[in-house]
Design a protein around this ligand. Structure first.
Ligand code: D6G
Length: 832
């Protein structure tokens, strides 16, 4: 063997500083093809990523091999979104070689932090739902669960947000532009996926009526695999993302008369299927391409799952014992009809048996109660795009309604609510109902949300299947969100309680007793200050605004949405601004209001709120009369990488949605774990955060979900009366309406004012305003007492152990999936 090749073989496994250094130098030349003198920061990133990737491949193979050897039950997490973020820091930390890598790079004269900065942020998701999927991948690998992620390899992730004259402008996010060193293309793993065409009835070999889908258009789904490293590097699972490829037929068309160009154009159009992520956090229905994306990745994933299963089994009887498929929201819910089609049409399983298998294999997570976000596809579109599936859905529905008829006892309203088809107006397929019916378990993502599911969207289904709904409160991975993102605090915690918390976050509880320790408090504050300095520098770079590191960092970072009420926050900021100007001699607690978040490109109201925040910030930040006591910043292009800088630096965490509307939230958990105190409504997981951190260590305000419901139902709420009776709210709104913040266009914010008044203030901003201001005042008062504030911050960190996604994922594993940890065998390592 060539000596150089042999040395690479050995280098590949070495985890010490010298070995890493040598392989970096070799990889730069032989894999990236650059000389050290000419290498850019990006070249070095690719070099380091490839060298690190090498170090996990053996264990990845071992993991997969062990799953096969043991014929382990696998769980398949189907998700249209995986908001992964960067992977280098994560891979190094989970492999436990961050320090070695830093030193190896030092010796070459490079800084690891600079190399890390060259990695693009993989933004294959919109927000919470996609980030949850990414946290779950980390937890499944860490808990040694045989778990696979299945999704789409979007060429363009979530758009890049920039502000131009204060308005959001979207730019394409080309994260793959320079290649992706983490993924392995699998050109041989290809599945056909069909669309359109028609269904033909025929008699099968035993004379039974059967169906086949003919004259359809075909697309191929090609796999790309990314290894998912669990903490400690023992288990390395797979994230398999699908990319659309035109079938070969395009190459063999008759190319005369310009048909060649047509064929090529057609190929490009076909491959558009996996081009771009839809930038809507609450889906607007009706987009055919979206339906095709959903079916595309679901069908490919199911074909792959069956292919893997059939390597060990000759019939489908034990599919539910070997595969659990989790639907992350209704986006992959078409999978229920698809599995039926694959089993019945392609594998000749009888309908009843196929239905039992399907239901025992699938489970479904509901993520929202917002009616506009519950997917419902027009029947006419579904008939055209997926004709066989529409038939199957009708059949499932007919059988189900027949069965329920007796129990409904003439209650036709009930039957029409249970139906998979919404017959009102333009007929639609209710994907939530399909997902519910085709799953053995259906879960909500916080205790409150699960209760509301039972009372609202799925009340009739709950009556029909009382055992099916269960709760799995969301969680976050402590690896990325504390160990990696907040190194000052992580080091401090480890110095006191050891590093067991990284893998078992419940151990962090031991910090609670340190809350009364003066020295520990001082160190905790110092860690927070370090993070705040880093964020202040980031803010200065991104926005040009200088903020005081010792001011109260009041943070609201999440998608821009009316129900999340960034508007309530900015109105309170205006009121505070007025108070500061009215009382210049008072010694104010300096406050920095930090916002970040993207608005869906077609969501005009959310975009207008962005402009309002930027307009208010411009006035406030330049007003000398507030003596720098108030600064407002809206950071552009919020993504996972930005979150990693913001979360550790926050003092106050804004979780102020209209009660009953936020299913869970996970930003609330990241912030509290990093020692921010929450100011929030009793909504989503805030309710459980309060239970864990204690009522004294959180600022709760506002209407409860029940009160919101009653208020809306009573029809007695008049926002104009509320505004008239609250002078500071009235003044803030008057300033907006008279153009104080928009002198160039005084009427700019008319739609916002209109929504708050004649529009009936659906999100109850005015109703909660006064209570919110009081809670803000309480937070500012407490912040004056730094010892007391720090004590509560420590208690927040110490009591967040339960919110680890490891806890969540183990609950799914035992209560829904019946999937157990499998420890991979690493023969190569024991041999050497
Ligand atoms: C992943 C991991 C790799 C394995 C490959 C195919 O890329 O070790 O060989 O998947 O595994 P199956 O899809 O055939 O299970």
């Amino acid at each position: 063997m060539d000596a150089r090749y042999k040395s690479r073989e050995i280098e590949r496994r070495s985890l010490d500083v010298d070995g890493l250094k040598r392989s970096f130098l070799e990889w730069l030349v032989y894999s990236v093809g650059k000389d050290a003198r000419a290498a850019t920061r990006r070249d070095w990133f690719h070099t380091v990523a490839l060298a690190v990737r090498d170090r996990l491949v053996d264990r990845w193979m071992d993991t997969t091999r062990t799953y096969y050897q043991q014929d382990a039950k696998r769980v398949y997490y189907l998700s249209l979104e995986f908001l992964i973020g960067r992977l280098l820091t994560n891979s190094l930390a989970n492999l436990g070689i961050t320090d070695q890598c830093r030193q190896a790079l030092d010796r070459i004269g490079l800084n690891l932090d600079d190399v890390v900065e060259a990695e693009p942020d993989a933004a294959l998701g919109n927000g919470g739902l996609g980030r949850l999927a990414a946290c779950f991948l980390d937890s499944m690998a860490t808990e040694a669960l045989p778990g696979y992620g299945y999704g789409i390899r979007y060429e363009f992730g979530l758009f890049e947000q920039r502000f131009e004259h204060g308005w959001q402008v979207e730019y394409p996010e080309q994260w793959l532009q320079f290649g992706n060193p983490w993924e392995f293309p699998r050109p041989e793993v290809l599945y056909p996926v069909q669309f359109y065409g028609r269904v033909e009835e025929f008699r099968d070999s035993v004379g039974e009526r059967a169906y086949r889908w003919v004259d359809a258009e075909r697309v191929l789904a090609m796999a790309y695999d990314t290894p998912v490293v669990g903490y400690g590097g023992d288990t390395i699972n797979t994230l398999r993302l699908w990319s659309a490829r035109a079938t070969r037929d395009f190459n063999f068309g008759h190319f005369n008369d310009g048909a060649y160009m047509k064929a090529v154009e057609q190929k490009v159009l076909t491959e558009n299927l996996s081009r771009v992520l839809y930038p809507n956090d609450a889906t607007e229905g009706g987009k055919e391409l979206r339906l095709k994306q959903e079916y595309f990745f679901t069908s490919a994933s199911l074909q792959d799952i069956l292919r893997r299963y059939l390597q060990h089994h000759s019939n489908f009887d034990s599919l539910p014992d070997k595969a659990a498929i989790q639907l992350n929201d209704t986006h992959p819910a078409i999978g229920i009809a698809e599995l039926m089609r694959l089993l019945v049409d392609q594998h000749g399983v009888t309908w009843d048996k196929a239905w039992d298998i399907t239901r025992a294999t699938f489970s479904y997570t509901n993520h929202t109660l917002l009616p506009e976000a519950l997917e419902a596809w027009p029947v006419r579109m579904m008939e055209r795009v997926l004709p066989r599936h529409m038939q199957i859905i009708y059949e499932i529905n007919a059988k189900f309604l027949n069965r329920s008829k007796a129990r409904a006892a003439g209650d036709n309203g009930r039957l029409s609510r249970l139906s998979l088809i919404d017959e009102r107006g333009d007929r639609r397929v209710r994907m939530g109902n399909l997902a519910f019916l085709g799953s053995h378990k259906v879960n909500g993502v916080s205790a409150l949300h699960t209760e509301l599911m039972k009372q609202t969207v799925f009340a009739d289904f709950h009556a029909e299947f009382p055992e099916r709904i269960n709760n799995k409160t969301n969680g976050i991975t402590p690896r990325r969100w504390l160990h990696q993102a907040n190194q000052p605090l992580a080091a401090l915690i480890t110095s006191r309680i050891g590093n067991g918390w990284i893998k078992d976050l419940s151990q962090i509880k031991a910090l609670a007793e340190k809350a009364d320790d003066l020295v520990f408090r001082e160190e905790f504050r110092r860690a927070k200050r370090k993070n705040k300095k880093r964020l202040a520098a980031y803010i200065a770079r991104q926005t040009g605004v200088d903020v005081q590191v010792d001011s109260l960092f009041d943070v609201q970072v999440k998608r821009m949405h009316e129900y999340k009420r960034q508007l309530l926050n900015i109105l309170q900021a205006i009121a505070l601004y007025n108070e500061m100007r009215d009382n210049p001699t008072v010694s104010w607690v300096p406050v920095t209001k930090i916002f970040a978040g993207k608005a869906a490109p077609s969501y005009h109201m959310a975009k207008l709120i962005i402009k309002l925040i930027n307009d208010v910030a411009k006035v406030v930040n330049h007003d000398p009369s507030v003596h720098d006591n108030l600064k407002i910043v809206l950071l552009p292009n919020y993504n996972v990488t930005a979150a990693e800088i913001i979360m550790p630096a926050a003092d106050l965490s804004e979780q102020i949605s209209t009660a009953g509307m936020e299913a869970s939230g996970t930003g609330n958990m990241k912030l509290a774990l990093n020692g921010a105190l929450t100011i929030g409504t009793l909504d989503g997981a805030n309710v459980e955060i309060r239970e864990h951190v204690g009522d004294d260590n959180i600022f709760i305000f506002g209407l409860t979900a029940e009160e919101v419901n009653d208020l809306r139902a009573s029809g007695g709420f008049n926002p104009r009366d509320v505004i008239a009776s609250n002078p500071s709210l009235k003044r803030a709104l008057d300033m907006i309406s008279t153009g104080v913040f928009s002198p160039d266009d005084p009427h700019r914010y008319h739609p916002i004012l209109q929504a708050l008044t004649d529009g009936g203030d659906h999100f109850l901003v005015t109703a909660d305003f006064s209570d919110y201001c009081q809670a803000q005042q309480a937070a500012m008062d407490l912040y004056r007492d730094q010892e007391e504030w720090t004590r509560k911050a420590i208690l927040n960190t110490a009591n967040m152990g339960w919110f680890s996604s490891d806890r969540t994922i183990m609950e799914y594993a035992t209560e829904i999936w019946d999937v157990h940890p499998v420890k991979p065998e690493h023969p190569a390592e024991t041999e050497t």
